[in-house]
Design a protein around this ligand. Structure first.
Ligand code: MGD
Ligand code: MGD
Ligand code: MO
Length: 813
């Protein structure tokens, strides 16, 4: 069988083989125990300086994923031309030859008709081989439409750090050296990044620091904190601004970082303006403007009213946080910022790190070391005229339009608006899409207001899905490509920061491919390139041949060699002793393969003070960088900045547009009809959406505080249950203006009154016999939160809103 890939080298029985996990964005370096060609156990790779010997509970679910009898086992083709949620696709097995014939023919047809831009590539999770399938392949097709999942993930969380310090990426947090930690809208011992590390270290961290958690939900982390601040959903801005107010009025800002009054006397008094000339800033920009325009009136009493958190608690937490400066750290996740008006919350929350001087500092919020990767050779000279013309079109997610600035890296349209690509297809605006390839994703389940995806995918003429399981999005496919599991069956690599190091791991084929599988990023791309060459269009194959084995200079001869050479090429600076790598050194490829992970040197503190990568080089409380982006975008659309903000559903006017400021939370639906606010969170056992068909996921579901095994649960406070006439254990219908779902009600004291708390993860109507109640009939097991979350956006970053806007009603079923 030409598609079988045997293990690289001999694995003795019981050998631990290094790999890495993309089950969430922690990206841990792991080891798998392989016996007779089968993987039987997972553990942390102790060579990693990030997660080390620790691995989270979810890593073990990968065993149930890889040996799931419901995996897609061979290429398949749809025989039912009708598409829809209740329509059986009537998939039949086909040969690889037929699969690639169909895909290549479709691409050639688009190109010959001058419609190559009517192609879209969607990616979900990935390895760094993504640069081939996602980064390069669409350009050879001749389409600008490379749509990532980033904005249904975490973009708003990067917005605040970018528009204050010029950094658009995840941060690392030096919690081990922190004296006071604010956990904000995240749950690091169960989700976010470095779950394995923090699960191991939390006890030690709690011994060295006080921890306060800001979350409307009593999360696992809240339960292991000194204080819980159950903020009203969407009022995060009010809370952060009031804390900033306290830090300034109490004189607790970090003088070395922020500077001080010229005469040394604190003039920040509630309600009173300060003369800018009286304050001299060091490494920051605009602290007095922030005070005068916004903070002076943001008293704890004002915020108590908005947030539902007592003024005394706000003062106490803010003061203790400030007293710990600069070893005080805000750990910011998506909860307080992936909201329709969350962009400025992101600046305000991250701004607290600025006030206490913990940016880029010991015990604070730092960037982490870079990674010595080597990008693939330039492909632009291999692109023909059809490609170049195709690339010239607007993208289907409408990024950069007036109402979707998606200001990644300061650029109008620099980011992605993932969820809007469904509307792009439905409305044929900017144009019709005729062909799509998606991999490692499931937007019909993972993106809010799922019905739009059902409509869009029904309309899409030709769809190819490269996945392990027959998920909701696969049900709309014309060709299904069975994918390898990233941890055990293919080459791949990812890097992530944590514990003041960045690690970079390698995964490899270590077990037999039991079925006819191929790896989606490199192997699929090569096989498609070969087929296109056979049909007379050889540019992509010609280019791929330039990615040679860095050790021997040999060209790849087949898809397997290509995947391996691409991996070696990308990681060459890590393993090649001749190249500089600011971290672990190896003697060559074989030596590195043994270890399976490279570690950077420890991050150096204060390296960006005075050299932040933004317009002024200082930490901008008053964001000149955002001002420039907004000005450019306004000019492009010939409107004022106020009009831009209004189109983005913000209310700010004047200078507030450039400062972290308060915005009234935006909600959808009528208060009377929908009396509760939904608080969505990730289940502890979610491997993003990919553990859905694992039995252990359901058997252990009560690992989520307040949930029950086997059931999909929504939780409300006893007071609300009484008011709504509901009882613990009731089967209920949860409705919102976007739709309705059915699940089980648990009545639980640890829910903020006025809210309903439900984990994301259950409610599959496809994916396999365990995930769905009845896969054949398309009957869901529980209810998918995204069916009741209205599609709304934090438009300045392009993010989808998952928090604060979702009003619901609950009735007995
Ligand atoms: P969530 O876990 O969704 O995202 O990691 P996080 O950014 O930490 O956390 C959102 C938190 O915000 C929840 O605790 C929720 O209760 C809270 N919240 C909801 N509404 C509000 C609000 O109005 N204000 C505040 N302050 N909080 C609110 C994301 C990261 O997690 C990502 S992007 C991925 S892809 C990974 N996925 C993943 C997973 O699927 N499962 C698990 N267990 N861990 C994961 N880690 C990664
Ligand atoms: P998943 O749903 O995890 O990813 O959403 P998506 O990017 O859509 O992708 C599942 C698909 O991956 C399935 O089709 C499965 O067959 C395939 N798959 C599984 N393992 C592999 C593999 O090893 N290789 C390949 N090729 N395919 C594989 C994720 C997105 O969801 C993210 S990142 C976040 S942070 C959001 N979280 C979230 C939330 O917290 N709440 C709500 N309500 N919605 C959310 N949606 C978002
Ligand atoms: Mo994510």
């Amino acid at each position: 069988d030409p598609y079988e890939v045997l293990p690289e080298g001999e694995h003795k029985s019981g050998e631990w083989v290094p790999t890495g996990c993309a089950g969430c964005t922690s990206w841990c370096s792991l080891e798998a125990n392989v016996v007779d060609g089968r993987v039987i156990k997972i553990r942390g790779n102790s060579r990693s300086k990030v997660n080390g010997e620790s691995s989270c509970p979810r890593s073990h679910l990968s065993l149930q994923q890889v040996y799931d009898p419901d995996r897609i086992k061979r290429p398949m083709k749809r025989t039912n031309p009708e598409k829809g949620r209740d329509v059986d696709p009537e998939f039949v097995p086909i040969s690889w030859e037929e699969a690639f014939e169909e895909i290549a023919d479709k691409i050639i047809e688009l190109r010959e008709n001058g419609e190559s831009h009517k192609f879209v590539l969607w990616r979900g999770r990935y390895t760094r081989l993504r640069d081939i399938l996602y980064g390069i392949l669409p350009e050879f097709v001749g389409s600008p439409n490379k749509i990532s999942h980033s904005s249904i993930c975490a973009e708003a969380e990067k917005f605040g750090p970018y528009y204050t310090e010029g950094y658009w990426a995840y941060r690392d947090y030096d919690l081990q050296n922190s004296d006071y930690i604010l956990i904000w809208g995240t749950d690091p011992i169960q989700s976010n990044r470095q779950v394995s590390l923090y699960s191991r270290e939390w006890g030690n961290i709690l011994e060295g620091a006080r921890i306060a958690t800001v979350d409307p939900r009593f999360s696992r982390t809240a339960a292991k904190s000194n204080e819980w601040l159950p903020v009203k959903p969407g009022e995060d801005g009010a809370l952060a601004l009031a804390m900033a107010h306290v830090i300034l009025t109490e004189g607790l800002w970090h003088k070395e970082f922020v500077g001080d009054f010229v005469d040394g006397e604190n003039k920040f008094t509630a309600g009173e303006e300060v003369d800018e000339d009286e304050f001299e800033e060091n490494y920051t920009h605009g602290v007095v403007k922030w005070w005068n325009e916004e903070l002076k009136d943001r008293t704890p009493e004002w915020a108590a009213d908005k947030t539902g958190i007592p003024a005394e608690q706000i003062v106490r937490v803010a003061a203790e946080f400030g007293e710990a400066a600069p070893h005080a750290c805000v750990f910011m996740g998506g909860g307080g910022v992936m909201q329709t008006r969350g962009g400025y919350n992101s600046m305000a929350i991250h701004g607290l790190n600025g006030l206490v001087g913990s940016i880029d500092n010991e015990g604070g919020a730092v960037r982490g070391a870079s990674v010595p990767n080597q990008s693939f050779p330039d492909h632009s000279e291999f692109l023909d005229d059809i490609s170049r013309e195709g690339l010239d079109h607007e993208m289907i997610d409408r990024r950069g339009r007036l109402e979707f600035p998606a200001f990644k890296d300061g650029e109008s349209g620099g980011g992605v608006v993932t969820n809007l690509s469904a509307d792009g297809i439905i409305e044929e605006d900017p144009y019709e899409i005729k062909m799509g390839i998606g991999y490692w994703n499931n937007f019909n389940f993972a993106a809010p207001e799922t019905e739009r995806w059902d409509e869009a995918m029904s309309k899409l003429d030709f769809y190819v899905h490269l996945v392990t399981h027959q998920s909701e999005m696969t049900q709309y496919a014309d060709i299904v490509i069975p994918s390898t599991h990233h941890m055990f069956e293919q080459w791949g690599m990812l890097y992530q920061k944590g514990n003041l190091h960045t690690h970079f791991w390698l995964s490899r084929p270590m077990i037999n491919r039991h079925w006819e599988l191929i790896e989606p990023e490199a192997e699929f791309s090569w096989l498609l390139a070969e087929k296109l060459a056979e049909k007379g269009y050889s540019n992509m194959l010609d280019y791929f041949k330039t990615i040679v084995d860095p050790e021997t200079g040999e060209e790849p001869e087949d898809y397997r060699e290509f995947a391996k050479y691409a991996t070696k090429h990308y990681m060459q600076p890590v393993w090649d002793p001749e190249m500089e790598s600011h971290g672990d050194q190896f003697d060559g490829w074989e030596d590195f393969k043994e270890a399976g992970v490279w570690n950077s040197d420890e991050f150096e503190f204060q390296q960006y003070w005075g050299e932040f990568t933004n317009s002024t080089g200082d930490f901008e409380f008053y964001s000149e960088t955002l001002k420039e982006a907004l000005e450019e975008h306004a000019e492009k659309h010939d409107v004022s900045i106020e009009e831009v903000l209004e189109a983005c559903k913000y209310e700010a006017e004047g200078e507030l547009a450039f400062l972290p400021h308060y915005e009234e939370p935006y909600t959808v639906g009528d208060d009377e009809e929908y009396p509760l606010l939904l608080v969505d969170s990730k289940s502890a056992l979610n491997r993003e959406g990919r553990s859905a068909n694992a039995n252990w996921y359901y058997d252990l579901k009560d690992i989520d505080p307040g949930d029950s095994t086997e059931a999909d649960v929504i939780k409300i406070h006893p007071r609300d249950a009484e008011e709504l006439g509901l009882e613990d254990g009731d089967e209920v219908v949860v409705s919102s203006p976007a739709g309705e779902i059915t699940c089980q009600l648990n009545v639980w004291e640890a829910v903020k009154p006025g809210t309903a708390s439900k984990t994301f993860g259950m409610g599959h109507w496809a994916y396999g016999r365990v995930a769905a109640e009845d896969f054949a009939d398309g009957e869901p097991r529980g209810g998918n939160n995204n069916e009741i979350i209205p599609a709304e956006y934090e438009r300045l970053s392009g993010s989808t809103s998952f928090y604060s806007h979702i009003k619901v009603n609950i009735e007995r079923a």
